[in-house]
Design a protein around this ligand. Structure first.
Ligand code: HEM
Length: 309
């Protein structure tokens, strides 16, 4: 039986491990806003009736981020990078996609995520997480290992524009007749996937990702192709730590084009709660327990920061 874990408990653990910056996110606190549009491909209507795939440009508010609640976390940190998108559909409906640059997540159940946050708490003696606690966490939580392996094998990117971002969870595309198809999506960068060298990880300053994205968008639009894997019966639906087989049908679903980036303070992305369960017609959630847990956890963090806490 899975131990009962509440969203408030997880947010309290994030606060205890990383500290609190009043008015700011409890996780993914360090970030950069961006804006642009998404143009979907009408052929995707075969699977989803979402207005995303009308062929008309849809305005997008985006936010790139690093995990944790430390606003000074260095951009060289060996951790995930996030890309959160809010699609502003005609008529005012919203569609969110809140993604990471790893194909799988490090927890199949909320308890594993909680235990990882607890294990990351800095040891007062060193100011760093206790390696023995992290090793014990890894040994006792096999569902954390696939993402950790990916992060060990891939150095972080030199630019937010050089990562693929993965929806990770399985979602459902729903067509005009109500028929649902299991899908997973990812956004692949036109600038190519790149990793920092080990030497760059040692020598780069703490802050470069924001400036590089602002400069990159000033030079011209930055694009990602949205690719969708079409699931087959029996594909794992409720486990974000397991990737699907490589040979699933891949469909190009559209292109994201970002034309500007800016510091988050006062910009459009700052006050958005990129809750992944904000979905419009044509896309629906699965019962993935991590996906279902995220929404109330983001609400706790959002309510606090909105209240200036
Ligand atoms: C138990 C699992 C998880 C918990 C408890 C959790 C918790 C949180 C919280 C509290 C925030 C800050 C919300 C806010 O104040 O706006 C956040 C942000 C974020 N999370 Fe998660 N998360 C989980 C899993 C995931 C997964 C699976 C992904 C990706 C597939 C993800 C991607 C992100 C990203 C990209 C952000 C930053 C969003 C933004 O830019 O505002 N998280 N998470």
């Amino acid at each position: 039986v899975q131990d009962e874990v509440t969203p408030a408990q997880v947010v309290a653990a994030l606060e205890d491990t990383f500290g609190v910056t009043p008015g700011e996110r409890r996780n993914h606190i360090k970030g950069t806003c961006a804006s642009g549009e998404f143009v979907g491909l009408p052929a995707v209507a075969a699977w989803s009736r979402s207005a995303l795939f009308s062929g008309q440009p849809v305005p997008v508010v985006a936010r790139f981020s690093l995990p944790g609640g430390n606003p000074k976390v260095p951009d060289t940190a060996r951790s995930v990078r996030g890309m959160a998108l809010e699609f502003r559909l005609p008529g005012g409906a919203l569609q969110h996609m809140t993604m990471l640059d790893t194909p799988v997540f490090g927890a199949a159940q909320p308890k594993t995520f909680l235990d990882q946050i607890l294990a990351l708490k800095p040891d007062p003696a060193t100011g760093k997480p206790d390696p023995a606690k992290l090793a014990a966490f890894r040994a006792s939580h096999p569902d954390s290992r696939a993402q950790a392996r990916f992060l060990a094998e891939h150095n972080p990117p030199p630019s937010f524009a050089n990562s693929s971002y993965f929806g990770i969870h399985t979602f459902k595309f729903v067509d005009a007749t109500g028929k649902a198809t299991l899908v997973r999506w990812r956004f692949v960068p036109e600038d190519g996937e790149k990793s920092l060298s080990d030497e760059e990880l040692e020598t780069l300053p703490a802050d470069f990702l924001e400036e590089r994205l602002i400069q990159r968008t000033a030079q011209g639009p930055v694009r990602w192709d949205m690719l969708v894997s079409i699931g087959q019966p029996g594909d794992p639906e409720n486990d974000p730590t397991v990737a699907w087989p490589e040979n699933r049908e891949q469909v190009k679903a559209g292109t994201l084009v970002l034309t500007a980036a800016m510091p988050q303070k006062g910009a459009a992305c700052e006050k958005v709660n990129f809750d992944p369960l904000v979905m419009a017609e044509g896309i629906a959630p699965t019962d993935d327990p991590i996906l279902r847990f995220r929404s109330p956890a983001y609400a706790v963090s959002f309510a606090k920061r909105q209240a200036g806490q």
